[in-house]
Design a protein around this ligand. Structure first.
Ligand code: EPZ
Length: 417
């Protein structure tokens, strides 16, 4: 297994190209199951999770040519409406194939994804929604067996789950009649998926609002689509720039995709300049603490909570960070405390008191975003070396992060353990 070694104290400076969004590309790939003809997806990030989804779809009979950052998908030979545990357990977003498989084949068998480090991650909202659309659902040996002809329905989700919204929106494209989904997720990735489905011939309106209307159609054709930029990667690099007292510009990012995060960054006293799809952030006069509460979009993104927490470890004052989306998303805390941070956790709230500096230490990555936060902490540390183990967590969501940070002046390298 690889390790990442970081020697901190150097301000990051320069610009970095933001890649395609992992959390858009994965449902977009699942949506090609609905197509009767060739699909092409551009700006696909080269990440482990993408390769896992590629493997899963190929196992079902999808012909995939992934060259550079473009993926050509030929769905004509799709013949297996099954997603095995071995493939689903590696990447929970595999569960997004459930809605498309059911809509295309009328019957499918998909492994339950199981929990992960940040929580139990149940799928009840997905299943209740599919039942409302007319599917019969049963759980058999750890698999969801779903079957039935889908009919349009008015359905309110218990919680604006991103994955459930995507699964139900995809399933409803082929339901008989009109489906109206409310209390849905409004993340930009939902709109990106709706754009692609409509290009395939679906009739979806309202994606990005709290009412999505889907008029069912008999078939969906092929389409070409460019994956939206990764707002979480953009937020991660901007935070790293400020945390190291540097000056970083992200290229090909859309400020409207993470407005709350940028507003909070400005509230710390950082200077955030937006010019089209370039965003620059630096903090010439240091940063002050701010309070954060994670919420579904358009609230503060839970996927940027750990990165913001690291920034707060050196802010002037005390920051209260409340995590309301996942039940166990403070795994970065004990590792940061070992690096000299002053953080207390009380239930779903972390109290972060700014300290003068962090010190490097051996730390362990746990989940994707907590691991990225540890990299930022290592870059911030004024003395010592930070050795981050289990970096496969980082590789799931960030493409060659150490090479791109070197491009910004970081002293960071990847070594074989
Ligand atoms: C998506 O996960 C993202 N993953 C996550 O990013 C992101 O953190 C999350 O949305 C929230 O924005 C992908 O898009 C591949 P949810 P998802 O369903 O769809 C509960 C990353 O780091 N819930 O919106 O799984 C759930 O337990 C990853 O890139 C139910 O109770 O998130 C959680 O507490 C991590 N029942 C909350 O809702 C359900 O049926 C939000 O989950 C579904 C969800």
């Amino acid at each position: 297994m690889d390790k990442i070694l970081v020697r901190g104290g150097k301000p990051l400076k320069g610009s970095v190209q933001i890649r395609g969004a992992k959390n858009a590309a994965l449902p977009l790939m699942a949506a090609t199951i609905l197509a009767e003809d060739t699909c092409v997806l551009h700006n696909i990030p080269c990440l482990h999770d993408i390769f896992s989804m590629d493997k899963l779809l190929a196992d079902m009979g999808m012909t995939i040519d992934f060259t550079g950052r473009s993926m050509t998908m030929e769905p004509q030979n799709l013949h297996k409406a099954e997603a095995h545990y071995e493939l689903v357990r590696k990447m929970r977003a595999s569960f997004f194939v459930l809605g498309p498989l059911l809509a295309r084949f009328g019957k499918c068998r998909v492994s339950l994804p199981g929990g992960c480090a940040i929580g139990t991650r149940p799928v009840d909202i997905h299943l209740k929604g599919l039942e409302a659309l007319g599917a019969s659902i049963r759980i058999e040996d750890g698999y969801v067996v779903a079957e039935g002809k889908l009919s349009g329905v008015n359905y309110a989700l218990d919680f604006p789950s991103v994955g459930a919204t995507e699964n139900l929106m995809m399933a409803a494209t082929r339901a008989e009649g009109v489906t109206r989904l409310t209390n849905v997720a409004r993340e930009p990735e939902i709109e990106d998926l709706a754009h692609f489905l409509n290009a395939m011939g679906a009739r979806i309106s309202g994606a990005g609002t709290d009412l999505i209307t889907i008029v069912g159609v008999d078939a969906l054709g092929g389409a070409e689509h460019i994956v939206m930029p990764d707002r979480i990667e953009a937020g991660t690099f901007l935070t790293a720039g400020i945390a190291t007292g540097g000056d970083v510009t992200v290229l090909n990012a859309k400020a409207e995709h993470f407005p709350n995060f940028l507003k909070k960054l400005q509230a710390t006293g950082a200077v955030v300049e937006i010019q089209g799809n370039k965003i620059r952030a630096h903090a010439p006069n240091g940063i002050n603490s701010v309070d954060i509460t994670t919420q579904p979009f358009p609230g503060f993104a839970t996927d940027l909570q750990a990165q913001m927490m690291v920034l707060m470890t050196r802010a002037n004052g005390v920051s209260r960070i409340k995590e309301t989306v996942f039940e166990n998303r403070f795994m970065q805390v004990p590792e940061l405390v070992r690096m000299g941070a002053d953080i207390d956790v009380d239930g779903n709230t972390a109290i972060v008191r700014g300290v003068k500096s962090l010190s490097g230490a051996p730390v362990m990555a746990s989940d994707l975003r907590a691991s990225a936060a540890l990299v930022i902490a290592g870059l911030m540390a004024q003395q010592g070396e930070t050795a981050i183990s289990r970096v496969y967590h980082i590789d799931r969501g960030y493409e060659r992060i150490e090479e791109r940070l070197v491009g910004l002046g970081a002293d960071i390298e990847r070594v074989r353990e």
